[in-house]
Design a protein around this ligand. Structure first.
Ligand SMILES: [Mn+2]
Length: 335
């Protein structure tokens, strides 16, 4: 594989000569996906190129402040297929899995342009014509920052703030295992550009809905503790989400609370998303790999944070997965 710098340079050359670039990310986009898109769009703005950010799903509302001008469009086949089919470049940030593109997969597959995954997840899918991947990056936002450095253009405050959101999102506010010197140095660079961490965290973390807090309370009250506390399991029904007024995406934060239990190694959250569909989020500590398990079921993510969707009800999903999760935590008795 080429050196990363060469991949960045090659991508910049393609960006400079393009007429139309489409940026997208995975289903249920997060801070890294959205932050990387906004920062990358700001970089491409330096060239005389039309950039469109087209996502399958809307961003969570707490991320609204990194897209103040409303550049992100929600995918609509009538409006966007033509753009995707005729773009010179279609770049998917923070994702390479085609199954995480939803209905955009077809048009991206048929695009006349060069399709690129720009990502930090391991094992990039061969679906993409170009794969610009740095598994050692704490977040895709860090890769956008490197790409910007390679371009020689100074980074504006709006882009720096978007990358800061990507960084604190993927490092769990500088708590996860990917919080290394490079990640912290990136934070320093961003703050030197003018990012104000306290102001960003007020916007990100202190605008929760009452529904979120109610759902958090309900689900923690029913927390299941298995394997002598090593495995913690949360269950969220569609009725609970409906009644509390929480957003389905709120569960991705609720699961992190479960891992705060002393001695816990793996947390699983089962969320009913239809009568025959269950979304499962997995989190783990240290070297315990939940990604391998998620991949076996068509999902994916990172070693310590992965997810999958099963076409069955919650009970059946639990029956399939709980024995495997119990096996996983029992294999690592020494950790
Ligand atoms: Mn990411």
């Amino acid at each position: 594989m080429d050196r990363l710098e060469d991949l960045y340079r090659d991508l910049l050359e393609h960006l400079k000569t393009a007429d139309l670039v489409v940026l997208t990310t995975h289903l249920s986009p997060d801070g890294d996906g959205i932050g990387s898109q906004i920062a990358l769009a700001k970089l491409i703005d330096n060239f005389d190129v039309e950039v469109r950010i087209i996502n399958h799903d809307p961003a969570p509302p707490e991320l609204d402040f990194i897209d103040p001008t409303g550049r992100i469009e929600i995918y609509c086949p009538e409006r966007h297929d033509e753009k995707i089919l005729t773009a010179n470049l279609v770049i998917c940030v923070d994702n390479s899995a085609p199954q995480r593109l939803g209905e955009m997969r077809g048009p991206i597959e048929r695009s006349a342009g060069i399709t690129v995954t720009f990502d930090h997840h391991p094992q990039p899918d061969p679906f993409w014509r170009k794969r610009v991947v740095d598994e050692t990056a704490s977040c895709t936002g860090e890769m956008v920052y490197r790409l910007q450095e390679e371009s020689g253009f100074p980074m504006c405050l709006e882009a720096a703030r978007a990358i800061y959101v990507a960084l604190v999102g993927d490092t769990g506010r500088f708590r996860f295992g990917n919080t290394n010197a490079r990640a912290l140095k990136l934070a320093v660079d961003l703050v030197e550009i003018g990012v104000q961490p306290a102001a960003v965290h007020t916007l990100l973390d202190e605008r929760k809905s009452l529904g979120y807090l109610r759902l958090l309370g309900e689900s923690l009250k029913e927390l299941e503790v298995l394997c002598r506390g090593r495995l913690v399991v949360l269950n969220v029904t569609a009725e609970q989400i409906e009644r509390t007024g929480a957003r389905p995406g709120d569960t991705s934060e609720i699961i992190n609370e479960a891992l705060r239990l002393e001695g816990s190694c793996v947390a699983a959250l089962f969320r009913q998303s239809g009568s025959a569909e269950t979304k499962i989020s997995l989190r783990s500590k240290r070297s315990l790999d939940v990604n391998a398990l998620a991949r076996r079921f068509g999902g994916g993510g990172h070693r310590n944070a992965s997810g999958m969707v099963l076409d069955c009800g919650m009970e059946e999903a639990r029956r399939s997965l709980l024995p495997l999760l119990e096996e996983l935590v029992s294999e690592s008795n020494s950790s």
